[in-house]
Design a protein. Sequence first.
Length: 637
Amino acid sequence: MDVQTRENQARNHCCSSMALRKVIALCITIACLHDHVALCTEIYEDSNQPVELRVQDLLSRMTLDEKIGQMTQIERYVANFDVMKNFSIGSVLSSGGSTPNSSTTEAWQNMVDDLQAGALATRLGIPMLYGIDAIHGHNNVYGATIFPHNIGLGCTRDPDLVRRVGAATALELRATGIPYTFAPCIAVCRDPRWGRCYESFSEDTSVVRMMTDVIYGLQGNGTPGIPFVSDRSKVAACAKHYVGDGGTQRGINSNDTILSYEDLFRIHVAPYVDAIAKGVSTIMLSYSSWNGVKMHMNHRLISTLLKQELGFKGFVISDMEGIDFITDIPDANYTASVLESINAGLDMIMVPFDYEKFISTLRTLVNTGYISMQRIDDAVTRILRVKFSMGLFEHPLADRSFSPHLGSQDNRMVAREAVRKSLVLLKNGKTESRPFLPLSKNATRVLVAGTHADDVGLQCGGWTISWQGSAGSITKGTTVLDAVKAAVFTTTQVIHEASPTAEVAAKTKADFAIVVVGEQPYAEGAGDNTNLTIPDEGISTIKNVCSEVKCLVILISGRPLVVEPYLPLMEAFVAAWLPGTEGNGVTDVIFGDYDFVGSLSRTWFKSADQLPMNFGDPIYDPLFRFAFGLGMGKLPR
């Protein structure tokens, strides 16, 4: 059944109007917030009581079905008021590209409140937790600020900046009524052939650990080691994907990570130690395996290491349909998958569609003694702890006063700063004595070439508006071409040619050219790539333009690509990664208003045949070493 059919079915089953549902939710909420309402005297309803006391009081009142409902996360396509109420659903998500028909903040707020009304109408009135993949800004929403992907942020080495990125993202989430993001990704990508490498801050564990400060931006500062959301401007975060997702064999998505326990901990577990210390609310499991054992059924790493030894007190959530992939053939033995995953320590299951099957399967396994009530109570305790800690019981509905924060100028300025700090200058001039950058704003003619020069979608990459991302004007933003036109003098002629021939380039008589090329958007397994070459059209543009006009080449990509054969053609070369919507951050630097401060968060290889190759390996012969980066004065920092 396709997603649209599922959505239509969900709509057809909806039996009451949005207005009625919102009235119900508001009435329940107002009643439970009023200090003198007699019905709201239970311990769990009293915000003055300690969180743990509220959790245990509520848990003691819950039936098995209500507990299982809390462990169930469903897609918004199949969610409606009745489903939320009748099944006591604990959480709803929007997967990549799953949006209401209108992308206004009001439409998002209404959708979330509509579903929340169903949750609040249950016997105990437990609010649901709405989550979304806001991994480089609120990237599913048209008009949101899109920040550089993590690979670029890692190049900044700036924890204060990522805190501010997290804070801005939280504000934009709250603008749509959403209190929970499936971010940050704290994978340590050890092989750029992996299609999710741009979601990783670095190949180096120490850099990733530094960047976990984004959790403070998303959630606020709380008691170390305790899940915490400081106020209504913040959201619950989710560190992912636990664990070893960035170390799979040959960089294949969801593959096996073959490492000793000591190396797994040293490289891949270490960032989770920091995330837990910083109070991350939830942790998502990886589709991948460790030494042949699927992470979604790995009791040693979930229950023993994560919960007992590291002391994680939030809840552990599956990836989308993650338990289905425990078997080699997905969903081949669903009962066994539910049994293994829950007993391994999973607390919430991102089902996300066939929730009745999951609920009935889990109920049967508990009633027949295969899963203990103690395990169920542990899962629900953790889920309720997060909900109480973030104030969801007191403030379950969207706060409409946050609406102006979506795509605000303040947030875009943070993104612009992030862009300019993430840029890495890898070549500046064909000789050290004659640097090419900064470019002159007072040139007579400037040629801007390349498929990526005037395309917001290509600047943003995957996980933007849709899961895989796409080319085109998919959201509001400033392209590099727009930024160049704004940066240069009004007397400068800016000529744009997406894919010029050498003859066309020569005829422009440009003082210099800015060539912007790179990868097409992708996400997850669709981005796995064994060659890592610049697409042919980009190579042709580099050759055609740089052979006729002195050129700066800007590479838009989610990872290093093979560039060594073309470097001699270029006067200057800049890695811009996937910068997002604020292309003016690029021109801030290339025209000299700011210097380059970024340094490589990844080793830049000469050939894909060298991979995997990481800093510290016994054989290490890169084109550009890890942490390399030039300033305008050419010297490595």
